[in-house]
Design a protein around this ligand. Sequence first.
Ligand SMILES: C[S@@+](CC[C@H](N)C(=O)[O-])C[C@H]1O[C@@H](n2cnc3c(N)ncnc32)[C@H](O)[C@@H]1O
Length: 277
Amino acid sequence: MSSTQAHSTQQFLTQGLEHAEKIRTLCSEIEQETDLSPHNPNVNRILSSLVTYLSHIENCGECSYMPFETLTKEAIKLPKLCGEAECMMEKFWAAHFISKKQVTQETLKEFWYYNNYKALWDLEKDLIETSAKDKTLVFLGSGAMPFTAYFAAWSGYNVICIDFDKEACALSKSLIQKLGLDEKIQVIQHDATTFAFTKEHFVICASLIEGKENLYKALFERGIENFAVRDAEGAYKFLYAPSPRPALDTYIEMAQTVPNEQCINTLRLFKHADLGE
Ligand SMILES: C[S@@+](CC[C@H](N)C(=O)[O-])C[C@H]1O[C@@H](n2cnc3c(N)ncnc32)[C@H](O)[C@@H]1O
């Protein structure tokens, strides 16, 4: 290896160590916070710098020099804290919009991550188009403010939103009514792993869903042909815990989206193994 190569590798390794130290610092900072909602400016500051920082690492290819093995605690703690904060953030903003006289798609652009959710749908809609044609989308883990469901409805789909959180469902129903989307989007409070899926459904599973292995078994036993699940890769694994894969003799991975600066999640499309390639 030439001295220049050795020097640049050393540079990358040092950079990797700096990235790891930054992630450790941000993790210990957010662990100090008791209120993870947007009412807490500290949490907003820490989370937005974490998202920006990880997007930079992931999209500048500096991820490959990250000493992930030294960040095992953070890889467990951060997705959990970010997941809690995301649920509270969605409830905060849903209540904010519901308090308004009128709410349109334009109004929703006030939301900090509107463009990210729009970019995510624009990336995901092409992947699911063929498999979801003439089917009702079932969005699992829809939360209080299911942007994916709004964009799907504005694109012509009928959507069923499933969430086991009572408050999230109540807020979701009210905002959907305010948006005039209640003819297209139904909200059901239910555990995703035990919902009565039918062959008329195309399932999209949010990244934050608990009990994915049981969900995959339920979909397979009901002979559901295709489904899609949100996953996280590389540095984004500090924001969302990676999704387990279905057993190879149940579902085959057909395709996936490629995340970018705006879209953190990877959507993976699976096909029932018995239905072949
Ligand atoms: C806040 S949303 C976030 C959606 C996010 N955009 C994503 O792609 O992950 C996640 C929701 O999943 C719900 N959830 C988690 N596990 C669930 C399960 N097994 N059944 C139904 N809802 C679930 C939580 O209540 C929460 O409201």
